[in-house]
Design a protein. Structure first.
Length: 149
């Protein structure tokens, strides 16, 4: 059994009264938020910002203080088998909401990401591949509606 951690950002902007979220279409085929693994000595936030910058080419994100969302893949339904390591992986993903005041078009890291989309909540819910990502988006939307102006 192996344990894995990733950190990322839930990028969003606000247009009028509507929040829009930046999703990436990974080369592995799923739609998600930009995220990845830490490098030696890197903090969670440093990892999230670096991965965001690497996958999108953007650097102008402001993380929202005091809020983060965590997804765990520890039960039998949510774990995955890593063919390279030849074992089951139990994974934790921590995501930080990040505001882009002046959103730009991403410059994608083609080795990892094949496409992107700025999507409103409904489109983002339909695009996101995994149920846990959809739950995090719902929590993020609710948090933003109640706390972010």
């Amino acid at each position: 059994m192996f344990f894995d951690k990733s950190f990322g950002i839930i990028p969003f902007t606000k247009e009028g009264d509507e929040y829009r979220f930046l999703l990436v279409h990974q080369n592995t085929g799923h739609w998600s938020f930009p995220k990845g693994h830490p490098q030696v000595g890197e903090t969670e936030i440093e990892t999230a910002k670096r991965e965001f910058r690497e996958e999108t080419g953007l650097n102008n994100v402001e993380l929202i203080d005091g809020i983060q969302f965590k997804v765990r893949y520890f039960n039998k339904k949510m774990r995955y088998f890593n063919k390279k390591k030849r074992g089951w992986v139990f994974k934790t993903v921590k995501l930080f909401p990040g505001f882009l005041k002046h959103p730009q078009e991403p410059k994608l890291e083609v080795d990892e990401v094949q496409d992107y989309r700025w999507a409103d909540f409904n489109e983002a819910i339909n695009l996101l591949t995994y149920p846990n990502s959809k739950k995090i988006l719902k929590k993020t939307q609710k948090y933003l509606e109640n706390n972010f102006n």
